[in-house]
Design a protein around this ligand. Structure first.
Ligand code: 1DF
Ligand code: MN
Length: 358
């Protein structure tokens, strides 16, 4: 580390040896070819994906300096990224293909870009094994191919799970046509990181009218909904060992847990909602037993401590959401959280080691 970097880091009071490794678990990257394909799609007038245009149009086409920097950093899978990690006290990143990943593409393109991006990610992990690890991209557009790719990525490439960027062309993983993927993840004993993306057309309008369709609120609503759909569908009764990870403080679900449990039981009892079906456990039990949450974009001690108190300190993991929220100062704030040294090591290090089998 150069003198100025060392100074910058100490000005932020990020301790060099805090007594744990800081593992950031929702860190985004993008192959240049994929961003080029995004640009090509957006150049087509017939490409009718307003949510995607709102999101990726900003990062790839706006003159904003922040957008330009994010787009550039997404493509760094080398020393430049490691320098940012050093500056912010991050020892290791769990990398995932940025949203919406391959899920915006047609089936053939999605299958092919998932493979090539997993190969590139695995190459970076091989080069810097103590700094990078990663999750496999898969194409839900082709569930059997996605299951096979997950198997290849885990068994041959050493990746640690799958990332699925929420809906695929407006469809959700609770639909049993996607269950090849859930079955493969359970059999391989790897987690699925359910990450937000641009809203489907069916949800977009009321959010976009007030600029709420992005990470400010829309992402959380849609991804929380997706996770809850999976829970109430019974998918986790079918795949009881399957583990999901959701970011952003659990997309508000821990806060909702009491009400969801109450209302789900009431709905099943009263038969008022034909599609509310009985489950083996309460919805909140799946949240506590099948789901882990991360703190991407939610570096806020009260929310984190609340989640730890309802889910358990073993289920809440640190994430930064680099480069979208490259905020070195949050690391110092998280170091200073008023929780025990043991809980802090679990938060930054050992939960991630266990969940991702590092
Ligand atoms: C944003 C946020 C974009 C997250 C992301 O991927 C993303 C954003 C396109 O702020 O526009 O992953 N996020 O996870 O909060
Ligand atoms: Mn993210």
């Amino acid at each position: 580390m150069t003198k100025t970097r060392e100074k910058r880091r100490s000005a932020l009071r990020i301790r060099r040896k805090p007594g744990y490794r800081r593992i950031a678990t929702e860190e985004a990257w993008a192959p240049t070819e994929m961003l080029e394909l995004y640009m090509k799609l957006m150049a087509k007038r017939s490409f009718d994906e307003p949510g995607f245009r709102s999101l990726m149009g900003f990062y790839l086409q706006s003159p904003s300096e922040r957008a330009r920097q994010v787009a550039e950093r997404l493509q760094w899978l080398d020393e430049r990224r490691i320098r940012d990690m050093d500056d912010s006290g991050i020892d290791m990143q769990v990398l995932a293909l940025t949203a919406p990943g391959v899920q915006i593409f047609d089936r053939a393109t999605a299958v092919s870009i998932a493979k090539s991006s997993n190969d590139q990610l695995a190459e970076a992990v091989r080069t810097w094994p103590d700094r990078f690890t990663g999750l496999a991209a898969v194409a839900p557009q082709d569930p059997p191919a996605a299951a096979k790719e997950l198997e290849r990525a885990v068994l041959k490439l050493g990746l640690k799970g799958a990332v699925i960027n929420s809906h695929t062309h407006g469809e959700y993983l609770d639909d049993d046509k996607f269950w090849d993927i859930l079955e493969a993840a359970e059999a391989l004993n790897v987690p699925i990181y359910l990450h937000p993306r641009d809203l489907p057309r069916t949800m977009l309008q009321p959010f976009v009218e007030r600029g709420l369709d992005g990470a400010i609120y829309g992402f959380g609503c849609e991804t929380g909904l997706h996770m809850l759909r999976i829970i109430v569908s019974g998918a986790l009764d079918r795949f009881p060992k399957l583990r999901f990870i959701i970011g952003h403080g659990g997309e508000a679900l821990p806060y909702w847990m009491y009400r969801v449990d109450y209302m789900h039981a009431a709905a099943v009892r009263s038969k008022r909602f034909a599609s509310a079906k009985p489950l083996k456990k309460r919805p909140g039990d799946y949240l506590k037993e099948n789901i882990y949450i991360t703190t991407s974009g939610m570096a806020w001690a009260p929310a984190i401590m609340f989640a730890q108190s309802v889910l358990g300190v073993d289920r809440v993991l640190y994430a930064m959401d680099y480069p979208y929220q490259f905020t070195p100062a949050e690391v110092a704030a998280m170091d200073a959280m008023p929780i025990s040294a043991r809980a802090k090591k679990m938060f930054f290090q050992s939960n991630a080691e266990r969940v991702f089998n590092l």
